[in-house]
Design a protein around this ligand. Structure first.
Ligand code: 13P
Ligand code: SF4
Length: 309
């Protein structure tokens, strides 16, 4: 009897499919993926895919971005309900009203939003290029930044730009406890704290490094320290630990005690190995974006990719 992993790999070949996975996916999914990366890397990779099917092991906005960038491919997502609290915090009708009230503002949106929101934006960014993208805008042009207020505040602190922020946040990164983090740090004073910029300001202020998931992985590889307290979703530790097997990685503690005393993204974890198999077999659920929205959303994503070179 073949294992589920073996069956997926066989089916993937037969269907001419590629599996792209985010670092927050469960270990078993990362193991069978063709590429594992952060939002920017996944977008760049999706654009290059030549196979007939892209199975996106991530959340809805990521699969949608892949479809926008590579529309002739069939893009499938193991669980359609794998959303994102940031994307959900920004409904298109309310966002349209907000930008209409500020017609002089340039609209920069974090990639964690729906295709409709991207279609209303001037430039998209990810956590790995957000500061660079905001800095590329002439100082006299006012900016709306949405949907992540925590990332927005971080960009303001780095650039000195006074941006209008949408009131959205990531439930996972807002779950870190400063008090518990300080406790862990007291036990490991030789550790470096590293954090994702979706975290709240008081967490970011403790960090030696702030960056995207890919940036955090690069940091632990290149930094000479031996111990790191990692303030992002727990799934990142799988790839990180593989790359630095000799180093000690400690997950930053969450406010509420849960099963792993860490932060887990319930949306990311909706994808399972069984759902990956079923999704490949049925070529469903499929991600579709209307051509009108796709064309409008493509422009700000292309601007981001150009500015990220
Ligand atoms: P990255 O682009 O840094 O991987 O972040 C995506 C995300 O959803 C973080 O919560
Ligand atoms: Fe969205 Fe937060 Fe989950 Fe990332 S970790 S997908 S921002 S809910």
């Amino acid at each position: 009897m073949k294992s589920l992993k073996e069956q997926i790999l066989e089916l993937k070949k037969k269907k001419n499919a590629v599996i792209l996975a985010h670092y927050y996916q469960e270990d078993a999914i990362q193991e069978i993926a063709d590429y594992v990366g952060d939002s920017l890397g996944l977008s760049q990779e999706a654009m290059k895919v030549d196979a007939a099917i892209i199975l996106f092991a991530g959340v809805h906005f990521m699969a949608e971005t892949a479809k926008i960038l590579n529309p002739t491919k069939k893009v499938i997502l193991p669980d359609l309900k794998a959303g994102c609290s940031l994307a959900e915090s920004c409904p298109p009708d309310l966002f349209k009203k907000f930008i209409d009230e500020h017609p002089r503002h340039l609209v920069i949106t974090y990639v964690n939003c729906s295709a409709e929101i991207k279609a209303m934006s001037n430039i998209v960014c990810t956590s790995s290029n957000a500061v660079k993208i905001v800095e590329s805008v002439p100082k006299e042009i006012p900016i709306i930044f949405a949907p992540d207020k925590n990332l927005g505040k971080y960009i303001i602190s780095k650039t000195g730009r006074d941006m209008l922020l949408w009131d959205g946040s990531c439930v996972v990164h807002e779950a870190f406890s400063l008090d518990k983090l300080i406790e862990v740090y007291k036990q490991h004073p030789d550790a470096k704290i590293i954090a994702h910029p979706e975290s709240e300001t008081h967490i970011l202020e403790t960090a030696s490094y702030i960056g995207s998931t890919a940036g955090m992985i690069d940091y632990v590889i290149t930094n000479p320290s031996n111990k790191f307290i990692v303030a992002t979703e727990i799934g990142i530790l799988y790839k990180m630990q593989q790359l630095v097997p000799e180093k000690i990685l400690i997950p930053a503690p969450a406010k509420e005690d849960n099963t792993c005393a860490c932060s887990e993204c319930a949306y990311m974890k909706m994808n399972t190995l069984q759902k990956v198999y079923d999704c490949l077999l049925n070529e469903s659920p499929e991600i579709n974006v209307s051509e009108d929205i796709r064309k409008k959303a493509l422009l700000p994503i292309e601007r981001m990719l150009e500015l990220s070179k």
